[in-house]
Design a protein around this ligand. Sequence first.
Ligand code: T4K
Length: 411
Amino acid sequence: MTSTVGTIDPATRRLAIVGGPPAFSEPLHVGRPNIGDRERFLARVNDMIDRRWFTNNGPLVIEFERKVAEVIGVKHCVAMCNATIALEIAIRALELKGEVIMPSYTFVATAHALRWQEITPVFADIDPRTHNIDPASIERLITPRTTGIIGVHVWGRPCDTAALEVVATRHGLKLMYDAAHAFGCSHAGRMIGTFGNCEVLSFHATKFLNSFEGGAVVTNDDALAAALRLMRNFGFEGYDRVVYLGTNGKLTEICAAMGLTSLESMDNIVATNKRNCDEYRKGLAGLPGVTMISHNSAERNNYQYVVVEVSPGAAPLTRDELVAVLHAENVLARKYFWPGCHRMEPYRSLQPNAELLLSETERLAARVIVLPTGQALASDSIQVICATIRSALLQPDAIRHALVPARRAGD
Ligand code: T4K
């Protein structure tokens, strides 16, 4: 996508929110899919059609599982149709019940995967430095009904796995991770996907590595992997023999074809994402109250999310005002994971005072902006986005003034 700014100096042009033309003629989305070699994908699909084998543990799914497990260095990869179903199946295979402790600061799928099975998610607060569950906040939430902990590696940055392991072991709890954002990332020299009882990956279109829709549970536990495989295929063990309660969580062959093709481009996608991150970091440097999250360069990162925090008071505009500025320019920045699962239904009604224990979650959810990145984004677009933010922060009064009629219309 090229900008409409053209030869106009992006630093001095009139912002769309105060009456200028939008910087981009088409929307710039967060979560544009990264795409591998189209010819390789189409060749795989042609073979698949010739084979007439479309789903039910076909050869492409088996190859995809083997390659994902190889990248992570884990014994088992059980591919699923998406990460939400993978979470549900993993939760059931681990025999979690009663209450499970997890962060509220995550995509709602993590909580829904529990509640869908009549398990109560109990929301723990986060560490504001990592955006991940704070191990110190967990112990006071443990009750006789608690059976497990789900950590989420938000933005692909790792949870404090060592501290979570200590709490889980001390209380005899199962420990699993929602690693939907974290394929290709490492922690303490080990790939994410090897921690806890198991970890769940997402290969959704918006993820670092996509298979259109897709997910997987990865684990080193042989018995757990066997249970997961049965559960994702109705509990069938061979023809006509059902030995387990199961569902349909299978990944299709065409999705595996996309996943395999994406895997072949993994290094290129990381390089593009890293370049975009560096470009944003340069463009946003020195802006008052605006900070971009960092990555530990000693580890492997997928750099899939460009996440900015806007500090109230220190920044001349609020997060929501800046998002309005960006949307007016056709930059569809997102407020992930606002307002937090605890403020969404059915959790809001079930635990109406949950926020009393979630002060860091509340603070963070009101500060975060996720910006577009990925292969679809041109480097000059990043410069325009950064210049827009810079320019907006220099004219807070004009922007607030422009937003008043919009607020009134929204009343
Ligand atoms: N755990 C965590 C921590 C997660 O973040 C997620 C999913 C899950 C579990 C569950 O994984 P899956 O069951 O999905 O495998 C999007 C994604 O749909 C969701 O997968 C993702 N997290 C979440 C963070 O983002 P929405 O509600 O924001 O989707 P939507 O439709 O607004 O799309 C996001 C943006 O992506 C849009 O701006 C448009 C763009 N887009 C999307 C699709 C599907 C495209 O450009 N092309 C596309 O094909 O949830």
